[in-house]
Write a protein that binds this ligand. Structure first.
Ligand code: SF4
Ligand SMILES: [Zn+2]
Length: 384
């Protein structure tokens, strides 16, 4: 992509590996372009056990890269953070609120800093998942509207996705090898996200037929012109509530905000608190049977480098192929789904490509535990 002189590029930075690598790469490639300005933007979703560390990582990276960093909280856009939203509406999947709220906030923040583009850290795996999710839902219009945006519409800052064709594992490795510190933790509400299912599906497809993720995205890119013919960019109105661009009279974020407000008015507050508490403590729950549970706090952050040494030691000591080791490492650390991966570790180890006997699952899980700080437990008793 060729930026013109005087343009400003905002990077949506969660503090995670993808957006940190995006900011790092853009800063590197724009290093000689003093006429193009880079600005980091972090959206604070208001998730107390998770987001503050990400904000801090993003802030520190921006400082290192010598770029400005801005934070915009949901409280300032939709009036409430996700912890409150989940407490008020415990039945709805939190991401159904969070996705529209974040798009709304990121666009507003990017516009407020007069950005010409907003770069996101979406990687190849994310893109393939989004395509399949929309196909599975039959939502062809949304499929047509997936970024990157090629048309500039009034009020909407076009999104660019520099890592769109880069596999998640490679982004992870790049961040580690470059010594980029990032927030390596999982959102406490991610367990309920539908995306997790598609993540597993895409991973299985890729394991069985390497190149599937690229094929899904390439196939989609060939279809895009046809999809755009059927669903050209819709005319946008200013939202009657907040003024943000929308195809409807009221934008999705405002519609959801009003829904939460109506819950607030009718809420006694006791049941939601119980739900939130259950989410916060769910990681230590240990149903019967051999399970892996995280021994670290959900919000704990680690340097990208810290996992590398035990991983290499593990690769050398375990009699599995490097590919298998990497696969296990990838699954076990798996970026932002550590707990989910740990729970499905048995499936991972049974994949033919890992060539690991099912009988050694517990032993290997213990080794993975040493890499990832998971401890193995049977029922409520830790396995020594
Ligand atoms: S997992 Fe869902 S709730 Fe958590 S930050 Fe992502 S979109 Fe928001
Ligand atoms: Zn609105």
């Amino acid at each position: 992509m060729d930026f013109r002189s005087g343009e400003r590029v905002a990077v949506g930075m969660s503090g995670g590996k993808d957006s940190s690598a995006t900011a790092f790469l853009l800063a590197k490639f724009l290093g000689d372009r003093r006429d193009v300005e880079l600005i980091g933007i972090t959206i604070d979703e208001g998730i107390a056990s998770y987001r503050p560390e990400g904000i801090e990582r993003a802030r520190r990276l921006c400082m290192k890269l010598g770029i400005e960093h801005q934070v915009l909280a949901y409280e300032e856009t939709v009036g409430q953070g996700m912890d409150e939203v989940v407490a008020l509406d415990p039945q709805t999947i939190p991401c159904s609120y969070c996705g529209p709220f974040r798009r709304h906030a990121l666009n507003r923040a990017a516009r407020d800093v007069h950005a010409d583009y907003v770069a996101t850290g979406l990687n190849l795996d994310d893109t393939a998942q989004s395509i399949l999710m929309n196909i599975a839902r039959g939502d062809v219009e949304k499929l047509a509207r997936l970024g990157p945006h090629e048309v500039r519409q009034p009020g909407l800052v076009p999104r660019i996705q520099p890592l769109r064709m880069i596999p998640e594992k490679e982004v992870y490795l790049y961040a580690m090898l470059r010594g980029i510190e990032f927030h390596d933790a999982t959102c406490p509400y991610a367990e309920r996200a539908q995306r997790g299912r598609f993540r597993d599906i895409v991973h299985r497809l890729e394991e069985e037929s390497p190149g599937t993720r690229h094929a899904i995205v390439r196939g989609y890119d060939e279809l895009r012109p046809l999809l755009h013919e059927k669903y050209p960019p819709a005319a946008l109105n200013a939202c009657a509530r907040c003024g943000e661009p929308t195809v409807h009279a009221v934008c999705k974020a405002c519609e959801l905000r009003e829904r939460v407000e109506s819950q607030q008015q009718g809420s006694s507050g006791s049941e939601p608190a119980t739900y939130v508490e259950s989410i916060r403590t769910s990681r230590s729950a240990s149903p019967s049977g051999t399970r892996l549970t995280s021994s670290r706090a959900p919000s704990r952050s680690v340097s990208a480098r810290t996992g590398l040494v035990p991983f290499v030691a593990y690769s050398l000591s375990a009699s599995v192929s490097p590919t298998a080791s990497m696969s296990i490492f990838h699954h076990s650390r798996s970026c932002d789904r550590r707990l989910r991966r740990a729970k499905t570790a048995e499936n991972v180890f049974q994949m033919p490509s890992t060539k690991v006997a099912a009988t050694s699952i517990t032993t290997i899980a213990r080794l993975v535990g040493s890499v990832c700080n998971f401890r193995i437990s049977r029922g409520s008793q830790p396995v020594p």
